[in-house]
Design a protein around this ligand. Structure first.
Ligand SMILES: [Zn+2]
Length: 248
């Protein structure tokens, strides 16, 4: 059964590649079919099989031989792997469905932010509603905690934006609110904390290695996505463990 989850992830990952390439350019996700960005040749279905086609074609377009971006197999691999993990952690439950919806969204946001330094509202705003509705329907997170999560996740960034006068964008704020809707306020605060720590470590490493100047912007969306993913899978347990430290 985990094989089915992974295959579903590979297929969804293939679609996410289309979203990542087209959504920021306001192009249709459905038409035309996939084509080589270099020579424009249409890509046949048998050259469009997740991971497998990339390997068989050795990462090159069949028509013109131009290299295919590493992003395509990476997104497929990540989506397949995370869907498999969702199956292992949540089993055949409604929680697993919520998890794969959030994971797919976070993967698309991560690669769009890395490439274009934007987090599209057209993903995050419906995401806020979807997260709240999912929790209202299933009770996975009590709906009050989901609403408080929207306030906490969005509000944390609003404070940063007001205090810093820039640096963080409104896109990060809406992503924070979306995580809050899905995960509830406790796990969301944990996810934000993880994102800040991870982002700080990478920023220091880049500065120390001289690969990045102090002024180069580092998109924060990918760190939020990683923090949110850890929160999704292990947040409840980490929060309980943290709180038990005070009780004990
Ligand atoms: Zn080509």
């Amino acid at each position: 059964m985990i094989g089915l989850a992974v295959i579903l992830g590979l297929v969804v990952g293939s679609f996410l590649n289309v979203v990542i390439a087209r959504l920021p350019a306001h192009r249709s996700l459905w038409r035309p079919g996939s084509a080589c960005p270099t020579c424009g040749a249409a890509i046949a279905w048998h050259d469009n099989i997740p991971l497998l086609s990339f390997l068989l074609l050795r990462g090159r377009c069949r028509a013109c031989g131009a290299p295919i971006s590493w992003r395509y197999p990476l997104v497929e691999f990540l989506t397949g792997g995370l869907f498999g993990l969702a199956w292992l952690v949540f089993g055949a439950t409604r929680d697993a469905l919520i998890a794969i919806a959030l994971l797919a969204t976070l993967i698309a946001i991560t690669f769009i932010d890395l490439r274009h330094q934007i987090i599209p509202d057209v993903i995050t705003l419906p995401g806020v509603v979807a997260g709240l509705l999912a929790n209202l329907t299933t009770g996975r997170v009590p709906w009050v905690e989901s609403v408080l999560g929207i306030v906490a996740g969005g509000g944390a960034f609003l404070v940063i934006i007001l205090a810093s006068g820039g640096g963080m964008g409104g896109g990060d704020m809406k992503l924070g609110a979306m995580l809050g809707a899905f995960l509830g306020w406790k796990v969301t605060l944990l996810s934000l904390f993880l994102a800040v720590v991870l982002g700080g470590i990478l920023a220091i490493a880049l500065l120390a290695s001289g690969r990045s100047g102090r002024k180069d912007p580092i998109p924060f969306g990918p760190f939020l996505a990683v923090g949110g993913t850890v929160g999704l899978f292990w947040g409840e347990r980490l929060v309980a463990w943290y709180l038990s430290g005070f009780a004990g």
